[in-house]
Design a protein around this ligand. Structure first.
Ligand code: HEM
Length: 423
């Protein structure tokens, strides 16, 4: 099926008849559940989705701004650890908006558990990661026998993956009971569900998948750092665009209208899709599509990568990072071109955090471009170290870590960062 066909018809196919299906390693199946659109699931998802409506997304902006500015401070203090700082920043946004948790600047236990759990999920995300996927009888081999190490590993991973949603969720429950809960997505969803008298298990299910939003944001921010390192010309243009609107006396804010940064964010999401094959769905009732009979239970995979690399839509050289492809001659976003929403999945299971994620990427990119220059590091002979540009493989892909220099653009920029965080 050609990419445009997939893009145009996927949403309706996915809308009506499909549900998540993890075609994953047996090990992952051991600890993930699917959130099927049964009647209660649908109802709870609706309550949850309401928290991500554009009007609600505005409520998250202060947390996103705080996290972006804290990231600037961390980049100033220890630029070489930039990847770690990106994780911290994305975790800070999710934990604060979803659970009302203010995380610690270093070694936060909530960040730690989600990192370990997401690492486990990344290791097992694809079917075939373990021999047991090809030889299913191995799951009956007792755990103490040689060759059954995967069972012991699965047990360890199970503990953290299981704890990941529960630790912050319990925090919300306890702080609600103590009357100290901050307003958050979880507290608002729980208020809503509690008033409707639904059972607790369903409530937990509603909040289960949200922490994965941090990891996808980290991957997209990693792609932004890679693009800025590999395309210095684009970075210069982006800095000039920020300077033109913001000037040099303050940091960017959400009300700044900077179309070039809108284009940079879209290009980041298009250039290197975080989930190149999205999340597999399973058809929940028989259907006929373009003359093909699709029986219930069929797994349908959205080829996000192919859609976002379709040159008939996004123009030539889709493998290159070219923000201009999103702009009209008047340098505003070309709304006639298809957006990059395929990066967030399809149909009614499309990522509910997509607006929040895009705004978070926007304010982070604009703030970094206003204050820092990212460039290739030099080796001992003074030759630039070229990033490999590679990404990890798996359900969720990250840029392979690359070395780069992250330097403040001026002393004024340094001072601005320091005073913004103090304030
Ligand atoms: C760049 C950032 C992000 C990307 C690329 C991304 C991408 C995706 C994709 C591809 C899916 C699967 C959709 C499908 O099944 O068709 C998904 C699901 C989901 N995302 Fe995101 N996401 C991002 C950020 C976020 C954020 C910030 C949050 C929460 C605040 C979030 C919450 C969720 C949830 C809860 C689901 C599961 C929805 C369901 O099961 O119905 N995501 N995301």
């Amino acid at each position: 099926m050609s990419p445009p066909l997939v893009a145009s018809h996927f949403s309706c196919l996915f809308n009506e008849i499909s549900d998540h299906h993890f075609r994953c390693s047996w090990i992952l199946l051991a600890f993930t559940g699917t959130w099927r659109l049964c009647d209660t699931g649908r109802e709870h998802r609706k309550v949850f989705m309401q928290q991500f409506q554009p009007s609600q997304v505005l409520l998250h902006r202060p947390a996103e701004l705080r996290a972006a500015r804290f990231l600037l401070r961390q980049l100033l203090d220890s630029p070489a650890k930039y990847e770690r700082h990106l994780r911290h920043m994305a975790g800070m946004v999710i934990l604060s908006t979803v659970y009302g948790i203010d995380i610690q600047p270093e070694d936060d236990p909530h960040i730690d558990i989600s990192e370990r759990a997401l690492h486990a999920m990344a290791c097992t995300g694809n079917r075939g990661s373990f021999l047991v996927d090809s030889l299913p009888f191995l799951k009956y081999v007792p755990g103490f026998l040689p060759g059954a190490g995967f069972k012991r590993q699965a047990r360890e991973w199970y503990k953290v993956v299981d704890a990941m949603p529960h630790v912050p969720y319990n925090f919300v429950k306890e702080s609600r009971a103590a009357g100290t809960a901050k307003s958050s997505i979880a507290s608002r969803v729980l208020d809503d569900i509690e008033n409707s008298g639904k059972d607790q298990k369903e409530q937990e299910l509603v909040l289960r998948n949200v922490l994965t939003g941090a990891d996808t944001t980290v991957s997209a921010l990693g792609a932004f750092f890679l693009a800025m390192t590999m395309y210095p010309g684009v970075q210069k243009k982006a800095q000039a665009a920020v300077d033109e609107v913001v000037g040099h006396g303050r940091l960017p804010d959400f009300q700044d209208d900077i179309p070039y940064i809108d284009a940079v964010v879209r290009e980041v999401l298009r250039w290197r899709a975080v989930l190149p094959l999205s999340v597999p769905h399973a058809v929940i009732k028989d259907d006929i599509y373009k003359g093909y009979y699709i029986p219930a239970g069929t797994v349908v995979v959205g080829n996000t990568w192919a859609i976002l690399n379709d040159e008939s839509i996004y123009g030539p050289n889709t493998d290159e990072f070219i923000p201009e492809r999103w702009l009209t001659k008047e340098r505003i976003i070309n709304t006639a071109m298809r957006d990059c929403s395929a990066a967030f999945g399809f149909g009614r299971r499309i990522c509910p955090g997509r607006d929040m994620a895009q705004w978070s990427l926007w304010i982070t990119a604009a703030s970094i471009l206003a204050t820092f220059t990212i460039s290739k590091s030099m080796d001992e002979k003074g030759i630039p170290i070229e990033p490999s540009g590679e990404f990890t493989s798996g359900l969720l892909c990250y840029p392979v870590p690359h070395q780069c220099d992250i330097l403040p653009r001026s002393e004024a920029a340094r001072a601005m960062i320091q005073s913004a965080v103090q304030n």
